[in-house]
Design a protein around this ligand. Sequence first.
Ligand code: L5W
Ligand code: ZN
Ligand code: CA
Length: 528
Amino acid sequence: MKWKTVVATFVLGTSLVSGGTAASADTSLNVDLDKGTSHFIKNHLEAKNVMSEKGVKQFFKTNEDLLNLKYGRDLKLLSSETDELGMTHYVFHRVIQNVPVANSKIVVHTDKSGNVTAVNGEFHSEAPEKVRQLKDFNKHQAVDYAWDHIDVDRVEADKVQKSELGEDFHTLTENSDLVVYHEDGEYTLAYHVELQFSQPYPANWQLYINAETGEVLKAANVLHEATGTGTGVLGDTKTLNTYAYNNTYYLFDTTKPMSGVIETFDNYGGQYSSLPGYYVTDTGNTFYSERQKAAVDAHYYAGEVFDYFYDTFGRESYDGNGADIRSTVHYGSNYNNAAWTGNQMIYGDGDGSTFTYLSGADDIVAHELTHAVTDTTAELIYENQSGALNESFSDVFGYFVDSEDWLMGEDVYTPGVSGDALRSLSNPNAYNQPDHMDEYQNLPNTEAGDWGGVHINSGIPNKAAYYTINSLGMAQSEQIYYRALTVYLTPSSNFTSAKAALEQSAQDLYGSSAASAVTQAWNNVGVY
Ligand code: L5W
Ligand code: ZN
Ligand code: CA
């Protein structure tokens, strides 16, 4: 940074505040007004009776040497406003050949008597009087360059959205204006292009494109992380990781230690074909409405399950590689189910008597995300014994995430009845599931037969997990189960091979007595 000595023509003293440091002087001061950094000059500036634009013009003339700015050449008045204290604030653009310098404003403040109390802003007092004016393309072409650069399909970004009330609206905004872009003392004619949209992801792209060459000088998506609050399905208040753009907050969490994001959508109208639906938004970052409850919990619990896998096993998202975790709530109509579709989660609202909003249970969210982990690791085929293992591992990790009870889905199952649940690891029989091979049900491998009873025979490995956890404790058991799922199990593994996989994992991690505890757990359910 170059410092410039300015001889000031002030009547009394002047003080300068810049970049957090303050200095004062009588008739001379070291002022770095040349670059684009912001400066604040106050006290006793030589100017009286500044009651109008004409007066400000005179002020700049009087202080031309100090500020190294010429009124007509370097400044363009944008606005003037008088506040409730009677002070008036004259806002100027710093211009070169009448083109505004990007991100530069100079503001002159006067008190009610017309004394200038301060001048601040980005002075650029050493900027050139002229910049190269060649423009090889126009502002509309600059917008096309910008879309190419960010690699987003404009048609998708301009898709009609639905508001919370179901009204159609568009969120795409495109602006393109000629500016002087400055960086490291270089001043270049450029188009400042803004692309703001909420699909396929919320974005506020700010790009500067060289007006002569089309080179992208700078591109940044300047959305801001925020922390919101919301009401969950059970009426509890939670803190949410959100994103702010254009006075709108999105259920879009970029805070997790992974490349991907956690994002939550609403399937307005229940169109099955329109997944993922629309981002859940709120103008106040307070997601308190009835409609938002299911989304609040889907978003919050997806974060909780991410944290569980990351903190316990170092796993970054379900694929171990930072994939986006996407959820859609209000899926279908009175849908008593939730699912991992192969690339996202969907949650029904329930019919209000069998289930309320299914995302309201953290063990269900963990169950669904564990299906995603299984799909990218053991890939257990969803039929017969391998399918029952697939289901069981989802229930077991549902327990690890929500280990206060052995029940599955109790928070949202039969909202009018307390104490019941969908399944139980400790007592499968109480929920119409076998808990021993003697009770194994041979069912048809069809949808009606639950693909060979995947949600029924899972009671047997679930009970084995219950015995294992009781014997070894949760801390060892969760490592054993994770290792079996990610290292030993294969698509066609059956109950016997699951027993072997878990024994081997226990042996690897904790030795033979842990392996024996696993053996005993599976013997108890008749798997030898
Ligand atoms: C809860 C209701 C059924 C658990 N999926 C399941 O395989 C359920 C999804 C959400 O068992
Ligand atoms: Zn399942
Ligand atoms: Ca539970």
